[in-house]
Write a protein that binds this ligand. Structure first.
Ligand SMILES: [Zn+2]
Ligand SMILES: [Zn+2]
Length: 143
C-alpha cells in the first residue's frame, strides 16, 4: 500500500489525504471553474468520497447551479480562498479534488478535458487527451 497522497490549501488551515492512487486528471473549462480559479478552469482528480479525508480544518461550502444544470457544492478555504474540492448534490459518493492543492504531482497527467466549448483561447489543451465540448454523460471516472 503506497503512502497516501496529501494536500492542503494555500494557508495550510485545511489539510487532507487521499487513499487511492491518482494518475489521470480531468481538466474542466466551464465558466464557473474559470471564475472560481481566476484561471482557465480547474484540474481535478475524481475519486471515491471514501478515499478522501479532511485531516485538518473545515472548508467552507458554496452551493451553485453548475453549467450542467446540476447543483454543485464547491468547498474552499475560508481563510485563504483556495478551492479544495467539489461534489455534486446527486453523487455524494464521489469527490472532485483540485489537483493543484496536492502536495506532490506524482505521475499525474491530464487525460480528459471537459467543457472545451467555453475554454479560454489561451488555455492549452493537449490534443492527445479526450475532449468533451460540455459535460460527458458518463459519471466521473472513479478508479
Ligand atoms: Zn487556507
Ligand atoms: Zn468546471
Amino acid at each position: 500500500m503506497p503512502a497516501p497522497l496529501t494536500g492542503s490549501c494555500l494557508c495550510g488551515a485545511i489539510r487532507y489525504t487521499i487513499g487511492v492512487p491518482v494518475t489521470e486528471l480531468r481538466a474542466c473549462h466551464c465558466t464557473h471553474c474559470q471564475k472560481a480559479s481566476g484561471a482557465g478552469g480547474s484540474v481535478n482528480a475524481a475519486l471515491p468520497s471514501s478515499a478522501f479525508t479532511i485531516t485538518q480544518g473545515s472548508p467552507k461550502r458554496y452551493d451553485t447551479k453548475a453549467d450542467s444544470g446540476r447543483t454543485l457544492y464547491r468547498y474552499f478555504c475560508g481563510g485563504c480562498g483556495s478551492p479544495i474540492y467539489s461534489q455534486r448534490a446527486t453523487t455524494p459518493e464521489t469527490v472532485v479534488v483540485r489537483a493543484g492543492t496536492l502536495d506532490n504531482a506524482g505521475e499525474m497527467k491530464i487525460a480528459v478535458n471537459i467543457w472545451t466549448k467555453s475554454a479560454r483561447p489561451w488555455d492549452y489543451i493537449d490534443p492527445a487527451s479526450k475532449q468533451f465540448p460540455a459535460q460527458p454523460d458518463a459519471p466521473a471516472p472513479t478508479k
